[in-house]
Design a protein around this ligand. Structure first.
Ligand code: HEM
Length: 395
C-alpha cells in the first residue's frame, strides 16, 4: 500500500479547470495514477477507471451512501435522508422496490405525450430570429415540468423547483453553502405542507400513492420517508436530464454532420442519445468509507469521501473503443451514465424518453442551427455537470 502523499493532488473539483473540462482532467489523471486524493473542499478520493469506480459502487459494505454529496457537509449540519439514494442495504432494497412500478417502461410511456406537449409549448415560445439559448429556453424546463406533473405539483411552481435543484446541486461549497441549505429547507417545508394536504385530500398522484404504500413488515411509510423520496425525485430528475438535453444540443450545434444525420434519419436518435449519455455523462456521486480499506492499493480511511465520476468510467479506454470520440451510431455501448450497482438510476426509462422526445421535437422544428458564440458556453456543476448556456443561431 502506498503512502497518502503519493496520491495527493492539488485538485479542486469545484474549480473552473475541472468543471469546464472534466473529461480532460480525468484522462490526465488516469494516465498518472488511477486513484488520486485531494484535500480541498473537505477532501476525497477520485478514482478515474471503470475498475475502481465500479469496485467502490458495488461494495456497499465498505462504502456507504449515507453521504452522497460531492460537497462536504459542514459540521453541525445533519445529513439529508432521501431514500433510496442515501440508504444502504437492507433498507435500500425495500425503499427502491416500492418506487419501481412508477418508473417502469409502461408508466413512462404514459408520460410521453405530456412530455411532447411540454416540448412543443416551449418551442412555440422561442423566437428563432434572435440568438436562442437552448439550455435556458428549452432544456431547463422540460424535466422539471415532467417530474412536477408526475409527483402532482402545480405547474406554476416549476420555476421555484428549478431554482431549488440548481441551488442544491450546483452551489460551490466555499461561498454558497447557505444557498444550498436555504434551498433544502425551503423544499422540505414545501413538501411537508403538500404531504400534510394529501393526507386529508388524497389525489391520483405519486405523493398520495406513496402515502398508501407499506413497508414489508406492514408499517405505512412515515411522512419523513415520503418527504425524503419526493425531495430526491424532484432534485434527481431535474438537473440531470436538463444537463443532458443541453449537452446533446450543444454537440449538434457544433457538429453539423451529426446534426444532419439525425435530421435525415430520426430513427437514429435513440442510439445517438446513448452515445451522448456516455460521452457527456452529467453525474458524479460520492460514498463514505465505513472502515479503513483501500482502492487499488490507495489507503482509504474510515470516514473518507470517495467520488464516483461515472463519466470517467465512460471514457476509460479499457472499456470503450475511441472513448473520446462521439460516435453517434456506436453499436456496443453499455455505458455507466446512470450509475453502477444497486443505486443505478431509477429514473433511467423516464430520462431516456425525455431525452429522445426533446431531441425529436427540437430537430423537427429547428433542423438547422449552429453555435452562435462559443465564448458564451459555460459548463457548470460538479455533482451534476452540463452546459448552462448554449447560445445558438437558427437558420
Ligand atoms: C440524464 C438523466 C439522468 C442521469 C444521468 C441520472 C443518473 C443517475 C445516477 C448516476 C444515479 C446513481 C446514484 C448513485 O450511485 O449513488 C442515479 C440514481 C437515481 N436517479 Fe437518476 N439520473 C437521471 C435522471 C433521473 C430521473 C429523470 C429520475 C426520476 C425522477 C431519476 C431518479 C433517480 C433515483 C430515484 C435514483 C436513486 C436510485 C437508488 O438509490 O436506488 N434520475 N441517477
Amino acid at each position: 500500500m502506498g503512502s497518502l502523499s503519493n496520491f495527493e493532488r492539488d485538485l479542486d473539483v469545484f474549480g473552473s479547470e475541472y468543471v469546464q473540462d472534466a473529461p480532460g482532467v480525468w484522462k490526465n489523471l488516469r494516465e498518472e495514477s488511477p486513484v488520486v486524493h485531494t484535500s480541498l473542499n473537505g477532501g476525497g478520493w477520485l478514482p478515474t477507471t471503470y475498475q475502481d469506480i465500479s469496485a467502490v459502487a458495488y461494495d456497499t459494505e465498505r462504502f456507504s451512501s449515507r453521504d452522497i454529496g460531492v460537497a462536504a457537509t459542514p459540521e453541525g449540519v445533519s445529513l439529508l435522508v432521501a431514500p433510496p439514494i442515501t440508504s444502504d442495504p437492507p433498507f435500500h432494497t425495500d425503499a427502491r422496490r416500492m418506487l419501481l412500478p412508477y418508473f417502469s417502461p409502461r408508466a413512462v410511456e404514459d408520460m410521453k405525450e405530456v412530455t411532447r406537449t411540454i416540448a412543443l409549448d416551449l418551442l412555440d415560445k422561442i423566437d428563432p430570429s434572435d440568438t436562442v439559448d437552448a439550455a435556458e429556453e428549452y432544456a431547463r424546463y422540460i424535466p422539471v415540468r415532467v417530474i412536477g406533473a408526475m409527483i402532482g405539483l402545480p405547474e406554476e411552481d416549476s420555476e421555484m423547483f428549478t431554482r431549488w435543484a440548481t441551488d442544491i446541486l450546483q452551489s460551490h461549497p466555499d461561498d454558497e453553502w447557505e444557498r444550498l441549505t436555504t434551498a433544502t429547507k425551503e423544499i422540505l417545508e414545501y413538501f411537508s405542507k403538500t404531504i400534510a394536504d394529501r393526507r386529508s385530500n388524497p389525489r391520483d398522484d405519486l405523493i398520495s400513492k406513496l402515502q398508501a404504500e407499506t413497508m414489508p413488515n406492514g408499517d405505512p411509510l412515515t411522512d419523513k420517508h415520503v418527504l425524503g423520496t419526493c425531495f430526491l425525485l424532484l432534485v434527481a430528475g431535474i438537473d440531470t436530464t436538463w444537463s443532458s438535453i443541453a449537452s446533446n444540443l450543444l454537440h449538434l450545434a457544433t457538429n453539423a454532420e451529426d446534426r444532419q444525420r439525425l435530421v435525415d434519419n430520426p430513427d437514429l436518435i435513440p442510439t445517438a442519445i446513448e452515445e451522448f449519455l456516455r460521452a457527456y455523462s452529467p453525474v458524479t456521486m460520492a460514498r463514505v468509507a465505513s472502515e479503513d480499506t483501500e482502492i487499488s492499493g490507495c489507503p482509504v480511511m474510515a470516514g473518507d469521501k470517495v467520488f464516483l465520476p461515472f463519466g470517467a468510467s465512460n471514457r476509460d479506454p479499457e472499456m470503450f473503443d475511441r472513448p473520446d470520440e462521439v460516435v453517434i451510431d456506436r453499436q456496443e455501448n453499455r455505458h455507466f451514465a446512470f450509475g453502477i450497482g444497486i443505486h443505478r438510476c431509477l429514473g433511467s426509462n423516464l430520462a431516456r424518453m425525455e431525452l429522445v422526445v426533446a431531441m425529436e421535437e427540437w430537430l423537427k422544428r429547428f433542423p438547422n442551427f449552429s453555435l452562435a458564440d462559443e465564448s458564451e458556453v459555460q459548463w457548470g456543476g460538479t455533482q451534476v455537470r452540463g452546459p448552462r448556456s448554449v447560445p445558438v443561431r437558427i437558420d
